[in-house]
Design a protein around this ligand. Sequence first.
Ligand code: ADP
Ligand code: SF4
Ligand code: SF4
Length: 570
Amino acid sequence: MRIATIQRDHCRPEKCNFLCYRLCPMVRTGKETIVIDEELNKPIINEALCSGCGICVKKCPFEAITIVNLPEEMGDPVHQYGVNGFRLYNLPTPRDGVVGLVGANGIGKTTVIRILSGELRPNLGEEAGWEEIVERFRGKEIQNYLEKLANGKIRAVYKPQYIDSIPRHVRGTVMEILKRGDETGNLDKIIEKLNLENSVHKKIKELSGGELQRVAIAACLTKDADVYLLDEPSSYLDVRERLNAARAIREITDRYVFVVEHDLIVLDYLSDYIHVMYGRPGVYGVVSNIKSVRVGINEYLDGFLSSENVRFREEIRFEVRPPGEKTEVNEILSYPALKKKYDGFELSVDPGKIYAPEILGILGKNATGKTTFVRILAGDVKADDVDLDIELDISYKPQYIKPRKTPVKSLKLRPELIEKFKLRHLMEKRVDELSGGELQKVAIAECLSKDVSIYLLDEPSAYLDVEERLELAKHIKKFAMEKKIAILIVEHDILLIDYLSDELMVFDGISGVNGHASRPLDLRSGMNDFLKKMDITFRRDPETGRPRANKAGSVKDREQRKRGEYYYVG
Ligand code: ADP
Ligand code: SF4
Ligand code: SF4
């Protein structure tokens, strides 16, 4: 079964004068394999007539066309966004407990959520009525859910992925807004669980990203709905806030809960079941069978779905390093105790040393001075009382990246990074035309393209999907080893920190008031210290070696607490 997609937002016939149409060998022999839709002024590919020669795919200057062969048994999609549009295959299974969805951006997660919420009626490829839709899923667990949807008997609440626009639509203080929407009478408890006490009197437009995210989650959890759909609840949150949000979401009972999440530790902690979504972003997406959370995430990392017998990428391996083991390193920078006072905020940093090759992870609460520390090293901010005379050149990727008007191709990126981060198709764009994830990857590549001995990456995972995070981690690790340089990484995604870090700096304090940074610690001590502060224990998955948060009060959790071993190595 051959499918052809044209990503309409990439296709620019005014620039190429319908090159695909002009070059298609089938068109040249008089067949209507590609026709030009006069109304849309876009090409349309007739899949039944296409020979799959791939010429148009190769020649399209904007990489808009994809032709893929799918196994016959996939049948018709559940939904297709028009001719040559994205196709979704299969739907997830509603179960008691939290069902997590994991997969790359553009693989159809939002489409699934829109279908489950009743906002989008699936068209089974072209056009379909509810009766036909229900019939298609007869005998599956979702049949009953679809019947209810058809009869308007499902009330869904939805926390969207992009929360930045919320302040434009609602007015008032956080408390006023949440009170107005509360249908459960549990508002006070939820405010406490999400640690929003100090934010409720603020106006919605004064909130930080992390506060806004928690308010959006609270608004969702205080509704009396049949299904709760949460798209990326962990964005902008620090580790503690992520876990608190996960606990609050897990307390929903007797209702359906679906969560899309790119932080695998949070997804693991949050979910009872997993659907892996695979395929080709922007082209087609398949919802896997339902899997237990452990198996689902392991298979996701493996890149192989066993019950489907499908490999969708290479395996990603977690190497479990015994404590204390160190490769040969050289000291490249030693800094004294540092202090920095702002109006209302104070940071103190214990003295430390940085080695190469090394990846130094930096973990801690929001607003405890992580970025300030990194900016002191980068020379952007001056520490109080000491003249930090760093002779090494430092390359720095800030947390917030300014979208400039510069063309991407003028950035002098290392060719191997363009390749590894898959940036080639962005070369014709300007930096301010990029999406959040594209901008992030370009900024990381730009930072790593400088020839220096220390690189600072502040929150490189923000806006990246799970697939891009895993890829990024792999490349960063290789880069540090090959170039024998030091990379400092501020991150809230613990899986990345665990995978990458040789040493760890832990920040604590009172958010927005004061912060204290430890010296660089070995991974085991650093993690142990940090997790103790988070009040959560981790174990390792025996098959993949990946870290997993223990459920509070479980046997492992109690055992490890007794031993004071919050981070389980080996
Ligand atoms: P995800 O949530 O996993 O990022 P989406 O469901 O948003 O994926 O999108 C999957 C694909 O469907 C993308 O290629 C997107 O461009 C396309 N798509 C989404 N909504 C529409 C729409 N209304 N019309 C046409 N294409 C769409
Ligand atoms: Fe041009 Fe590519 Fe669009 Fe065809 S698909 S019209 S080659 S941009
Ligand atoms: Fe034409 Fe070949 Fe493209 Fe099919 S793959 S539309 S036959 S150029």
